[in-house]
Design a protein around this ligand. Sequence first.
Ligand code: FAD
Length: 260
Amino acid sequence: MNIILCIKQVPDTTDIKWTENNTIQREGLESVVNPYDVYALESALDLKSRYEDINISALTMGPSQAEKALRKVIALGADKGILLCDKKFAGADTYATAKTIAAAIKSKLQDYDLILCGQFAVDGDTAQTGPGIATFLDIPQVTYVKEIVEYTRGYVTVIRETDEGLEKIRVKLPAVICILKGEFETTRPTINGIIRAQKSKILKYGIDDIPLCPVETGLKGSPTYVSRAFRALKRDVNCKFIGDVKELVQVINSVRGKHE
Ligand code: FAD
């Protein structure tokens, strides 16, 4: 089974800086692998420990420094890394990100069975990229997956979380599965893994390698934009007042006065 593990580098800081387009300034920031993508890697490694011939290719679209994230997941057990990197990809919203990743998979990595994503990226947090990739590739998707319980020829059975409880689903491959935190031991890099990661050749693809025009990618290919970014104000907590009607009217008026 060939697994494509989509990973995203996220800033390792709460001190986010913004570009003039109201997007996160990522160049030069200390970054980590999105935690949900590490959970997705752990699911892939769990499959690798139970079944034969499982190959994990980690893929990311990002600036050249995202190569570091690929080497981190190779040190943790992924087999190889693929970087989609081009100035034309910069400034992508979730639509353009999913479209670019899907186009790269369709043209360069056709021999895949399963695409694993994290359920969310902790910076953008839209949870749209995985479903977007599935839509552009026209393949099934399962979100909020806690566990991949079984892989039998051509199908995986997964357990997903819903508002009502847990749901067991059998899905035909190829498919996209978006992973929530599982019940795995935290994966740590091994010495061999670190050496392998240092020696690994990262495959790189740019705009000339995929069947998309520059206007379909990056900022130009993004139908949405961030008009304003701000920290949400915390609302007052709910309070219960006990008293007679006159006192309560005074309390209500004073609270109202604060908000007018
Ligand atoms: P989610 O959809 O929450 O991520 C879910 C999963 O998808 C991840 O766990 C991972 O498995 C996979 N994934 C997500 N991103 C990638 C990736 N790049 N490579 C591989 N796998 C991935 N960012 C900029 O840097 N510049 C911009 O100009 C910009 N404009 C934006 C405008 C809008 C309106 C929005 C909503 C976002 C914008 N972003 C921009 C953020 C950027 O689009 C997102 O980071 C990216 O599309 C992923 O979305 P997300 O962070 O919400 O990830």
